[in-house]
Design a protein around this ligand. Sequence first.
Ligand code: FAD
Length: 303
Amino acid sequence: MFSRAIVLKVAALPPVRRLITQGRLFRKLVDRFVAGETLQDALRVAQQLQAKGLKVSIDYLGESVRDRQTAQAVVEEYLRAIPQLAEAGLDTQVSVKLTQLGLDIEQEYCLRNLECIVRRAQEVGGFVRIDMEGSAYTQRTLDIFAALHERYPNLGVVIQAYLYRSDEDVERLIRCRASVRLCKGAYAEPASIAYPKRSQVNAAYRRLMQRLLLDGYAPALATHDESIIRDAIAFVRSHQIPPQRFEFEMLYGIRRDLQERLVSQGYQMRVYVPYGEAWYPYFTRRLAERPANLLFFLRHLLR
Ligand SMILES: Cc1cc2nc3c(=O)[nH]c(=O)nc-3n(C[C@H](O)[C@H](O)[C@H](O)COP(=O)(O)OP(=O)(O)OC[C@H]3O[C@@H](n4cnc5c(N)ncnc54)[C@H](O)[C@@H]3O)c2cc1C
C-alpha cells in the first residue's frame, strides 16, 4: 500500500504526466489497459469480447470534473453509448464515476445527471454501476445510490474490501437488495480507515464475498486474484449456488487467459472496458497496483 501511494503521487506530478500523455512512447502500454479514445473503439472491443462469451461494462474515462459543461458532455456521451450498446446486441452495462458527473460541483446536480443515465439505461433494459472512488467520496456515493436505487433497480454500486466500514455497508446493501460489485480497492488510503496489509485486505475480501454470495443480489466479484477466485468457486459449489446468481469481473487487458477459462467453465465473466481521452488517472492506478507493470514502464522510459 505504501509503494502504491508513492507511485500515485509521482504520477500526479505535472512533468511526469506530460511525459506520459504527450509522447507516443507509452502508447503500447496504455493500449494494454484502455480500449481506445472513442466510443467506436469501445464498441469494437466489446463485440470482440462478446464473441468469446464475455460480457462488458463500458466506462467513459474521466474523474474530478469541476465544470458543468464537461459534466454535461459526459452525460451526453453515456446517453449516446447506452442505445448503441443495446443496438449492437450487447448486454448493456456502463460504469460511471460520480466525480465525472459533477459530485465536486454539487451533490444534487450529480444525482440528476446520474438519473438521466440510469433512466436511459432502464429504457433499453440496461444496467448502470457506480464505481467507488477515494474515501472522500464513499458516503456521498452511497447516499446518491440509496436515493435512486428504490426507483431504479438497474443501478448497482461498488464496495472496496480494504475499507473497515465495508462490512456494515455490505449488510445494508444486502438488506435493500442492491447489486454490489466487490473489489479490493485501488486508491491510496490511510491505515486509520483501510487495512494496510495485503493479507488483511484479502481476508476482508473473502469475508465480504461469502456474505454477498450467500445473501446478496446478483453480486459481482471483481478481482484477478486466482486464489480468491478458486475459493469463490469452492464456496459456491459447496453451497449449491448456481453460476447465474453471480458474476466474475475483470479489467480489460488483465488476465485474459483466466477470463476465458472461467467462461469455458460455465461462469459469467464481465470485462470492464474503459475508453476515452482522459485515461491518465486510470492508467496510473493500474501501474501502481502491480510492481511488474512499473518495472516494465521504467524499462520503457530508460530505453
Ligand atoms: C471490474 C473491476 C472494477 C473495479 N472497480 C473499482 C472501483 O470502482 N473502485 C476501486 O477502488 N477499484 C476498482 N477496481 C480495482 C480493484 O480495486 C483493484 O485495485 C484491482 O482489481 C487489483 O486487485 P485484484 O483484486 O485483481 O488483486 P491483486 O492482488 O492486486 O492482483 C491479483 C493478481 O491479478 C493480476 N493483476 C492485478 N492488477 C493488475 C494490473 N494492474 N496489471 C497486471 N496484472 C494485474 C496479477 O496477476 C496479480 O497477481 C476494479 C477492478 C475490477 C476488476
